[in-house]
Design a protein around this ligand. Structure first.
Ligand code: CP
Length: 356
């Protein structure tokens, strides 16, 4: 039997672990409606297509939603989302659908491509042509890297890439940065002389993991907040990077180093991002046996841990009830980031700009 005290603790937990109040972001970012309007009817395929100032405005709108969730329940009234997930998902599908529902919209959900004409050989272009008639926005997760771009050629409504094979997962990276800025809102303020940029360790395989690929692209938009990115992977991995991945970070002005020794790096890291799953073809591969984070890991006392989840052996549950746990906040915050993005894409930003 669950005691009343236990239930109260669990309900309070998002505020105890990993949830600086989002209102701090409202204070450090000034609202700019024109930048939010620039997302109207835009496809979101890659982090490369996003602009830093637009991202900051999205984080502000997300903080506005998170600060006062009950205030905004109608911005998407009358709009229909087509949620097409052809690969397993807990967080991305449910948080997109939760975001849309919470803002008053309606949803059509496809969780199996074989329930559509694709099973009869219909092309993605023709499916996209039909989607134009049925909805106002598409969120697509597909196992193939090129599925989103195949659909954009026929779509006249905007689409969000919710993970395409080993390529990208842009809204995950938005949620990662939103979490970082809630943790330390001063990163977004004009930097004073004692400003300290952060050292981020990324445990994962950049060439194989879409979350890591999109995160690194996202960090390249914010070089001023990063002192160093330390990429940590097993030395048995023969091709950890795709051409251009390291160059993009370095050209942005970020110092990048590589390590195969997690515990040697941990005492110097402010942020530890870990992932061990790569979706390859119709299944997944795990890289989680070598590097494990637990409450016994030599973390800085104030270091935070991020993980896109789902987790495996690499992230011990002993960390869940510690102040290092910002991965649950990261997953929770994704709802508000997605609310912000969807509102702008379907031309409803005017219903929330200048509203306090
Ligand atoms: N972070 C993430 O993409 O999780 P899901 O696979 O559960 O959507």
């Amino acid at each position: 039997m669950v005691s009343t005290q236990q239930v109260e603790f669990d309900r309070a937990r998002p505020d105890v672990y990993g949830s600086a109040h989002p209102k701090a972001l409202l204070k450090v970012i000034e609202e700019d409606g024109d930048l939010l309007h620039s997302l109207e009817n835009q496809h979101i395929v890659s982090v490369d297509h996003l602009e830093k100032d637009v991202l900051i405005q999205l984080f502000r709108l997300a903080a506005k939603y998170e600060s006062n969730p009950a205030r905004y329940n109608t911005p998407l009234q009358g709009k229909i989302l087509i949620s097409a997930f052809y690969e397993p998902s807990t967080r991305t599908r449910l948080s997109f659908e939760s975001a849309w529902h919470r803002l008053g919209g309606d949803i059509m959900s496809i969780t199996d491509r074989s329930s559509t004409g694709i099973a009869k050989g219909e092309s993605l272009q023709d499916v996209a042509e039909m989607f134009n008639n049925y909805g106002d926005c598409v969120v697509l997760r597909d196992t193939a890297n090129d599925s989103v771009s195949e659909m954009t050629s026929s779509l006249r409504i905007p689409i969000i890439n919710a993970g395409n094979g080993i390529d990208e997962h842009p809204t995950q990276a938005m949620s990662d940065l939103y979490t970082l800025f809630k943790w330390r809102p001063s990163l977004l303020q004009p930097h004073s002389t004692d400003f300290k940029p952060i050292r981020i360790g990324v445990i994962g395989v950049p060439s194989q993991m879409r979350t890591v690929r999109s995160l690194l692209k996202m960090l390249a938009h914010f070089p001023d907040i990063v002192e160093q990115v330390v990429l940590i992977f097993d030395d048995s991995i023969t091709q950890p990077f795709d051409p251009g991945q390291l160059e993009q970070l370095r050209e942005a002005g970020i110092t990048v180093t590589v390590s195969h020794d997690l515990n040697a790096q941990l005492p110097e890291l402010d942020v530890v991002y870990i992932n061990a799953i790569a979706w390859v073809g119709e299944s997944y591969e795990t890289y989680g046996k070598t590097f494990v984070l637990s409450e016994d890991s030599p973390l800085k006392p104030d270091a935070i841990i991020l993980h896109p989840l789902a987790r495996g052996e690499e992230l011990c549950t002993s960390l869940d009830d510690t102040a290092h746990n910002w991965y649950f906040s990261q997953a929770r915050g994704a709802v508000f980031v997605r609310q912000a993005l969807l509102t702008c894409m379907v031309q409803r930003a005017n219903t929330v700009i200048d509203v306090v």
